[in-house]
Design a protein around this ligand. Structure first.
Ligand SMILES: [Cu+2]
Length: 126
C-alpha cells in the first residue's frame, strides 16, 4: 500500500513535463455527486472541456440515477439506478456549454434532484 504512493507520484512527475502544452490530451475531471431525497449536489459545477467522471453516491434511502442533458434537453448519458448507499461512476465527454444533471426516477427532478453544470475552455487551452 505504502509503496504505491511514491510510484504514482513518480508517474505524475515524469508525465506532466513531457506533455507539450499545445498538444496535451483533453482533461479528465472527477466530479463527486451526492444524492439524497430530494437533492442532487455536484461538488463542482464548472469543469474544463473533456471527459467528466461523475462519481455518484446515493446517501438517500430511495433508488436514484443520474442523467446528463445538454442545453436543449437531449440526453447525453444516463446511469444505471443507484441503490441506497451505492455508488457508481458515469463518464461522459463534454464540449463547452451548459448542461443539466437530474435524477429521472419518478418525479425526483421536480422535487429538487436537478442541477446546472457548465463546461468551460481549459485555462490556456483550445
Ligand atoms: Cu432520485
Amino acid at each position: 500500500m505504502v509503496a504505491a504512493v511514491p510510484a504514482a507520484l513518480a508517474v505524475v512527475v515524469v508525465t506532466v513535463p513531457s506533455a507539450p502544452a499545445a498538444k496535451r490530451p483533453a482533461a479528465s475531471t472527477a466530479v463527486g455527486v451526492s444524492q439524497r431525497e430530494f437533492r442532487l449536489t455536484p461538488y463542482r459545477t464548472r469543469v474544463p472541456v473533456g471527459e467528466v467522471r461523475f462519481n455518484v453516491t446515493n446517501f438517500g434511502e430511495d433508488v436514484h440515477d443520474l442523467v446528463v442533458r445538454d442545453a436543449r434537453g437531449r440526453v447525453l448519458a444516463r446511469s444505471a439506478e443507484v441503490r441506497s448507499g451505492g455508488r457508481l461512476t458515469l463518464a461522459v465527454k463534454l464540449k463547452r456549454g451548459r448542461y443539466r444533471l437530474s435524477c429521472d426516477v419518478a418525479n425526483h427532478a421536480q422535487l429538487g434532484m436537478r442541477a446546472g453544470f457548465t463546461v468551460v475552455k481549459p485555462r490556456g487551452g483550445r
